[in-house]
Design a protein. Structure first.
Length: 445
């Protein structure tokens, strides 16, 4: 934890079960959630992680102890739970550690409007937990559990409707890699309903992620990449562990993350005067597309909840992150990997263009990212960066974003792991590599 008393990071509470996520923490946080929302019913779901039963049981015990009834909607992508919460106007708890390695797990708290918990909510939950003051129901008022294991079908239909793909016949050959995560059932069903010819990889639940790491980046997607390079598929799709993010391969085997997908979606789904929201980590490709189409771009700190709340506040048409998380407000105010896939498929289906054609229409920047273990205080790293010659401009929205002659670099402490993340953005790939190496070295000192 970054500071005493703080439990929530950028995306919920995460840690190693039975070490960081102790029984006291999970039960106590369950009681705190029940006390904060004072809701008669709370929804709960989980991803496929090996420790899911352990965390689910403990958090459920705390929620029940606080007097809330639970609706268990089973193993489902995080945005599936968020849709459920929004439909029924009740809070929820998602048991997931998203893209982190399998030894980790965590909790995401969902507000009754389907958004991830605000920092104000998180602070109140932390206060309740540390004070030991969450309510405990007497034996007559303890909660009970019901299940809705078929809700995943409703979620799939909502995604189809939001993307206006219901009843469409898609003539695409698609390869999909679930990474043994929460989308193993929902995304294949979704793609089948479009009429696409589908080949699936790792579409079975495996809480150890033995087929590939959960983070959907090129080095973890070698099987999907090989399949795409065969030339037999129109597109490849992959999700992270809880399927709130989506990345793609085009028919030539080129990898596309949010730095490519968000500008494409902006070009096709936004009009003049609209607003798009993204973190400071996203490529300048989006900035160029927005500028050329007279679309307002707002940059925030890194973190899906911050992007989502800014989308709401600014009545934005679209939001998203460089990691493949797309927020489509006509669907819901959260990242959803399934809606991202459907929106891209819809563009391809309506225009007849290949994914490589769509990619060729947007400005190209080379975005590189890496990380180093955090050895010292962030203040010391920050001071070293500020002393560097050649910096033209500094932005302090999140960590430090510095511009040099050849491009920019973002250096920020992770909100979920004890590491420093470094991103570079440049027109020239070699220049980007030099910038990345330079600032990684400084951050590692």
């Amino acid at each position: 934890m970054e500071k005493p008393g703080r439990l929530f990071g950028t995306n919920g509470i995460r840690g190693v079960p039975n070490e960081d996520l102790t029984s006291d923490l999970c039960i106590g946080m369950g009681r705190a959630i029940a006390s904060h929302f004072n809701a008669s019913r709370i929804a709960i779901a989980r991803d496929t992680r090996q420790s899911g039963d352990y965390i689910f049981s403990l958090v459920s015990a705390g929620l029940l102890s606080g007097g809330s009834d639970l609706t268990n909607i089973g193993t489902l992508p995080t945005p599936g739970l968020q849709i459920y919460c929004k439909m029924h106007a009740i809070p929820g708890v998602m048991i997931t550690a998203s893209h982190n390695p399998p030894k980790y797990n965590g909790l995401k708290v969902i507000e009754p409007d389907g958004t991830e918990a605000s920092r104000q909510t998180e602070e109140d939950l932390e206060r309740l937990f540390h004070s030991g003051s969450p309510k405990k129901a007497d034996w007559r008022s303890l909660g009970s559990i019901t299940s809705e294991p078929e809700f995943y079908k409703t979620y799939v239909e909502r995604v189809l409707d939001s993307a206006k793909m219901a009843g469409k016949n898609v003539k695409l050959k698609i390869a999909f890699d679930a990474g043994n995560g929460a989308s193993y059932l929902t995304t294949p069903l979704l793609l089948q309903k479009t009429g696409a010819k589908l080949t699936t990889l790792n579409s079975n639940p495996d809480g150890l992620f033995t087929s590939r790491d959960s983070e959907p980046k090129p080095e973890n997607l070698t099987a999907l990449s090989s399949l795409m390079k065969s030339g037999e598929y129109d597109m490849g799709i992959a999700h992270d562990g809880d399927a709130d993010r989506c990345v793609f391969y085009d028919e030539k085997g080129e990898f596309l993350d949010g730095n490519s997908i968000l500008p494409i979606l902006t070009k096709y789904y936004c009009k003049r005067g609209d607003t798009v929201v993204t973190p400071v980590s996203t490529s300048d490709s989006l900035e160029d597309v927005c500028r050329s189409n007279d679309i307002r771009l707002i940059r925030t700190k890194v973190g899906a909840p911050l992007v989502a709340r800014t989308v709401i506040q600014e009545k934005a048409a679209l939001g998203g992150e460089e990691n493949g998380g797309i927020i489509y407000p006509r669907h819901q105010y959260c990242r959803d990997g399934a809606i991202a896939a459907m929106l891209i498929i819809s563009i391809m289906n309506s225009t007849g263009k290949r994914l490589s054609d769509l990619l060729s229409e947007i400005p190209r920047y080379h975005v590189l990212k890496s990380s180093v273990q955090r050895k010292g205080k962030w203040e010391d790293i920050e001071a070293r960066i500020r002393s560097i010659d050649g910096i033209q401009k500094i932005d302090e929205t999140d960590g430090l974003k510095v511009w040099e002659r050849t491009g920019w670099v973002l250096i920020r402490p992770s909100g979920t792991e004890p590491i420093i993340r470094v991103y570079s953005n440049a027109k020239d790939e070699e220049a980007g590599r030099k910038l990345l190496a330079k600032y990684l070295s400084i951050a590692a000192q």
